[in-house]
Design a protein around this ligand. Structure first.
Ligand code: DOR
Ligand code: ZN
Length: 421
């Protein structure tokens, strides 16, 4: 194992100091063979943790693989990602989650923690083998049918009851399907003008309201994926005030982009839940700062060209997120490093139960960290992203903050802004 001294690094924006990485840990034991890295002007953050990543393997390796997605994550400053279950075959058995977990280990660029499906085939009819996934080598703790909502309240209740035994979490994609049939974008002024079928805010809010009541009744942990409306924030605020065990995430794109982008008819802006209004964006930002929304999660959703560069109505929903997330969050929150570490590393690591991630950069802690150059500006070029897909909504945009290096257990996965392998 190599040792590194990060010279003059600013931990979370603090005074510059040297940080020693040795034997996978942050250390105070000198090592004469250590390699020095000049980190003057760079900020060290605990390695970012993503609760919501679509890696597409198995099944859509043309859009992303565990390896390309892991590289994308490392370049974005991540040291751990939770891989969503809507693969093909669906990650609804111990076999598939173990396969994803093993592929993550082989890639060795971030820790890949599989999420298991709640229902067989994401079909919403029958509970998947949650226990077998939990006791598998993948040690699954979060279950989600993301892409689809667990709409049947009885099934949702059963799932919450089942995971309570091992303190698992049901992560809900909150979308009442009867209210979003044929929906193409947020239901509002812009959808009316464009003549596109709308996805009303209440379709999300109604499911969150129902689910926090179910979670309260059962006493289980609920996590709400990609919260997108001001009304959802209010439901969460009330539930948290009552002590319901609920956590919530927001994506970088819902913190920045609005529904009027649909007027371009460019499917790169098609996403589920859809981009909402400026009022929703403002409420989401405030909720994130306050902690009503606990974390930023990317919902990194790579799609092949033929699934994205087509007519709006036929395009798949979703956008890339891993390589731009931190820059978007910096542009939204400013250089509030401790808050960023809380929302993008410590809290997601705690929710997912990922020991060794989201820990303070203190002597004895695992050396999972990322170095950011806050003064750098970069122009997003889809062709330069490590993801196998190109569907970033930020093509040609200048963003603040660049990841210079990422370390996983003391070994670099990114150096000089480039993936090490
Ligand atoms: O936009 C989305 N894309 N939302 C989802 O819920 C699923 C995801 C995907 O898998 O592409
Ligand atoms: Zn989703």
């Amino acid at each position: 194992m190599s040792s590194y001294v990060l010279r003059n690094v600013s931990v979370l924006g603090g005074a510059p100091a040297n940080l020693m990485l040795r034997d996978g840990l942050i250390s105070d034991l000198p090592d004469i063979s250590a390699e020095y890295i000049d980190a003057t002007g760079l900020v060290a953050l605990p390695g970012l943790v993503d609760l919501h990543t679509h890696l597409r393997e198995p099944g859509r390796e043309d859009a992303e693989t565990v390896e390309t997605g892991s590289r994308s994550a490392a370049l974005g400053g991540y040291t751990a990602v939770c891989a969503m279950a809507n693969t093909s075959p669906v990650a609804d058995t111990a076999g598939v989650v173990e396969q994803v977990w093993r592929l993550g280990r082989e890639a060795g660029l971030v820790d890949v923690q599989p999420i298991g499906a709640v229902t067989v085939g994401l079909a919403g009819k029958q509970l998947a083998e949650l226990g077998a996934m939990a006791t598998s080598a993948a040690n699954v703790r979060i279950f989600s049918d993301d892409g689809f909502c667990v709409a049947d309240p009885r099934l949702m209740r059963r799932a919450l009851e089942y995971v309570k035994a091992f303190d698992g979490i049901i992560a809900q994609h909150a979308e009442e399907p009867r209210l979003t049939e044929g929906a193409q974008m947020h239901e509002g002024e812009v959808s009316t003008r464009l003549g596109l079928t709308g996805w009303p805010a209440v379709a999300e809010e109604a499911i969150i309201a129902r689910d926090v009541l179910l979670a309260e009744h059962v006493g289980s942990r609920l996590h709400v994926c990609h919260v997108s409306t001001a009304g959802s924030v209010e439901v969460l605020r009330q539930a948290k005030a009552r002590g319901v065990r609920v956590t919530a995430e927001v994506t970088p794109h819902h913190l920045l982009l609005t529904d009027d982008l649909a007027a371009s008819y460019d499917p790169v802006f098609k996403v589920n839940p859809p981009l909402r209004t400026a009022g929703d964006v403002a409420a989401l930002r405030e909720a994130l700062v306050e902690g009503v929304i606990d974390v930023v999660a990317t919902d990194h959703a790579p799609h092949a060209v033929e699934d994205k560069e087509c007519e709006w109505a036929y395009a798949r929903p979703g956008m890339l997120g891993l390589e731009t997330a931190l820059s978007i969050v910096i542009s939204v929150l400013g250089e509030r490093w401790d808050l960023i570490a809380e929302r993008m590393s410590r809290t997601p690591a705690r929710i997912a139960g990922l020991a060794g991630h989201g820990t303070d950069l203190a002597v004895g802690s695992p050396a999972n960290l990322t170095l950011v150059d806050p003064s750098a500006r970069w122009v997003v070029d889809p062709a330069e992203l490590a993801s196998r897909s190109r569907n970033t909504p930020y093509s040609g945009t200048t963003l603040p903050g660049r990841i210079v290096a990422t370390f996983l257990r003391g070994e670099p996965t990114v150096l000089d802004g480039k993936a090490v392998k």
